[in-house]
Design a protein. Structure first.
Length: 216
């Protein structure tokens, strides 16, 4: 056998050996399987990110509502959506809680009652009660999207919670508390919030009157 043919045969044998899969149970086989899993996870993450809707990464911001996105996966489409909504509701509750706390501090600061220990203690108690009783029943699903995620579905949802609901809760709780009512009513922010709520309630009543059927 001449030298060129011999070299080609050796290179071919080495190439086949390199391409051959390692035997199951060997460390090389385990490492190969782990590498494949890692590559599959990487591909799944890339696909998930590329399919992610813009409203998920940058939720809307306006003065009338609080928004919260959520996502989850499941082999069942409806269950994927349900889990995504639950995730978004947790985030929504946290944002509503933060707003209630912030508003209460604003009222205290503007009314000059922040240095009164009794008023501060009562405001903390009322805020704590509000946070515990936050009801997400008024939320709306404003956006949703489903994408394949391997053998599962990934659901993206966006929830909207009208600020009017949270504002009414806050004002009602303050008005029920004798210590806070007199102190916080001196706050311009509280007075404006109370007026906005009253205007909203009045407009609803007027709208109902307009839409009511006329008797013959």
């Amino acid at each position: 056998m001449n030298r060129p043919i011999l070299c080609a045969a050796i290179l071919g044998a080495l190439s086949l050996a390199a391409c051959a899969s390692p035997e199951p149970g060997t460390p090389a086989y385990t490492a190969q399987q782990e590498q494949k899993k890692q590559e599959a996870r990487t591909d799944a993450i890339k696909d998930s990110v590329s399919e992610m809707p813009s409203w998920f990464t940058s939720p809307p911001i306006d003065e009338f509502s609080i928004y919260a996105p959520g996502t989850s996966t499941s082999a069942d489409l409806q269950f994927a959506e349900d889990k995504a909504v639950l995730s978004a509701k947790r985030a929504l509750a946290d944002r509503v809680n933060s707003r209630l706390s912030s508003k209460m501090k604003e009222f205290l600061a503007e009314s000059g009652a922040g240095e009164n220990a009794q008023v501060t203690a009562e405001s903390e108690r009322v805020t704590s009660n509000l946070i515990t009783e936050v009801n997400m029943a008024g939320y709306n699903v404003t956006q949703k999207k489903f994408v394949p995620a391997g053998t599962q579905y990934r659901a993206y949802v966006l929830l909207q919670y009208p600020l009017g609901n949270a504002n009414r809760m806050l004002v009602d709780q303050v008005n029920k508390n004798g210590v806070l009512q007199g102190k916080l009513h001196a706050s311009k922010a509280f007075q404006e919030l109370e007026k906005d709520i009253q205007d909203a309630r009045t407009s609803k009543v007027d709208g109902a009157k307009v839409e009511a059927p006329k008797g013959e």
